[in-house]
Design a protein around this ligand. Sequence first.
Ligand code: FAD
Length: 189
Amino acid sequence: MAHVPTKARAVIIGGGVIGCSVAYHLAKLGWKDVVLLERKQLTSGTTWHAAGLIAQLRATANMTKLAKYSQELYGDLEAETGVSTGFKRCGSITVALTEERKEEIYRQAAMARAFGVDVEEISPAEVKAKYEHLNIEGVTGGVWLPLDGQGDPANIALALAKGARQMGAQVIERTKAMGVMRNGRALQP
Ligand SMILES: Cc1cc2nc3c(=O)[nH]c(=O)nc-3n(C[C@H](O)[C@H](O)[C@H](O)COP(=O)(O)OP(=O)(O)OC[C@H]3O[C@@H](n4cnc5c(N)ncnc54)[C@H](O)[C@@H]3O)c2cc1C
């Protein structure tokens, strides 16, 4: 049975990619007293099932900035932690099948560009030239992001957990959080 400290500045419940990322970033900010509890094994939840697509074309400014930051972080994480993340910058193409959808993805592309994302609006012929197996019948336009890619979601989470540990966080598996208290009173779910 793992030793669980009786107090900590931050207790993170759940060792999926989000919990591991929160632990990593708090530790990076210099928080020394961070504990992550995972009821089973790290990455045993949804993270284990993800396809691992890392895409920066997003509908809102904050999501765009977060996706750009993640793409950059995942590119460096393997060198920093020694855990293979499988991250490949293969690029991505998003296609539209209507004029309205084209306008939407072009607007997202313009916003992404404003935040420094490498992105290009492309014609159906250019889509075909980049990926010849695609049937472009009905395609009205596309967006190409050369720095998008795909990685191994479980290993990315494990790399974040290792980075968090290296910076002083405690990661404890097979330990389930049974409740949350505030000022000595249990919070209702
Ligand atoms: C089929 C599929 C494909 C996907 N593809 C992509 C993709 O290509 N790109 C992308 O960005 N996203 C993708 N996603 C979404 C992505 O997987 C999730 O957004 C992400 O994994 C969520 O991470 P999480 O840490 O919030 O949750 P989880 O990975 O589910 O982690 C939650 C953890 O909390 C633990 N836990 C729960 N209760 C307790 C407790 N009481 N005490 C301690 N621990 C507890 C669980 O055991 C679990 O490990 C995909 C999802 C699926 C299902």
